[in-house]
Design a protein around this ligand. Sequence first.
Ligand SMILES: [Zn+2]
Ligand SMILES: [Zn+2]
Length: 406
Amino acid sequence: MKPAPPLVFRNGTAILPDRLLPDAVIVCREGKIVAVGPGGKVRFPREAEIVDARGGYLSPGFVDIHVHGGDGADYMDGTTEAVRTANRAHARHGTTSIFPTTTTGSPAQLDAMLEACAVVRREWTVDDGARVPGVHFYGPYFAEEKVGCHAKSGRRDPAAAEYRGYFKRGIIKVATCAAELPGAEAFFRTAARHGCLATCGHSNASWDEMARSYRAGMRHVDHFWCAMSSVPSMRARFGPPMRGSMAEFVLMHREMSTEVIADGQHLAPELLRFAFFMKGAERLCLVTDANRALGMPPGDYRFGSMVDGPRIHSDGKVGRMPTGDLASSVVGMDTMVRTMARASEAPLPDVIRMASLTPAERAGVAGQVGSLAKGKLADVLVLDRKLAVKRVFIGGCEHRVRRLVL
Ligand SMILES: [Zn+2]
Ligand SMILES: [Zn+2]
């Protein structure tokens, strides 16, 4: 069989991690990037298949390490169909590598979710949407008072007898636990030993609990400012003196990374700007934290499992609990990128880095994805000048956008 002709992207500005490369040429062969350089300098054969970026941008595909669902499906539905439905929904928004994220739930529900993700990862084709490099094991080890929109009934303390089985599957790449729970340090040590990004989330942890967890390998905090401790929450927990919380711990430790839900609904523009200023593009990730209402009309949905997940409402802009508190986002990574670009005033390479290379590095998959670099998978987006997603290529194959018929 004749090998497929190379795929060449041209007539666009490539967004590299450290700079913009105008009039770039990107050559891909057999699903991988083989050359990136200025037009006129990079050669390619005449039979190449050309993708014309029409004066827009060529961006690495987005990497989302914290996401619950889309197009009506939540990963905790626990079926391969739900995983594929959500992955297709996010591919439309430029996400090419996705880390399906667990919520609180029973061991059987968590097992079903991990199994469904493993099957989709193994059998992946471009029609399935974003690729699954791994899973974010998020719930159930949350602090009771910081459980947020997750089902309280499915929350519990970490127990090695339970989580050992999950880690053994080899699909978990990001692993969350509230640092103040009994057994948290052992959990973080196990996560780090399995090569995971160990993260503290849905937590009211103190500085000391964070410091102990840091020594056990914890290096990240989920959705900064959301469902986490603060100086006032420490005062409520311990009384005077004022104490450091998760926020100060993350801001002071260079090695700690975090993430923001940059949908314009969870955090005001000045907080997005502040987070970028304090942590920089190498330690701040953009995440969607999107629930199943992404791509769906406003209305009532379940957060987590279709069977027993708590009710939330989507107004088309954001999810809300019955109390009115926020319950995760309903928009894709392209919206996060545009909102962050506007709010942070960060250079475009930094904004894109936070949605691609930084999450890939933190989750340990930057050798394969996260930037337009020779040797990496050909996950390439064509964006227009306003950063709208025009075309999506995953492993050198175009993902044809199939909109959900409602
Ligand atoms: Zn959360
Ligand atoms: Zn979440």
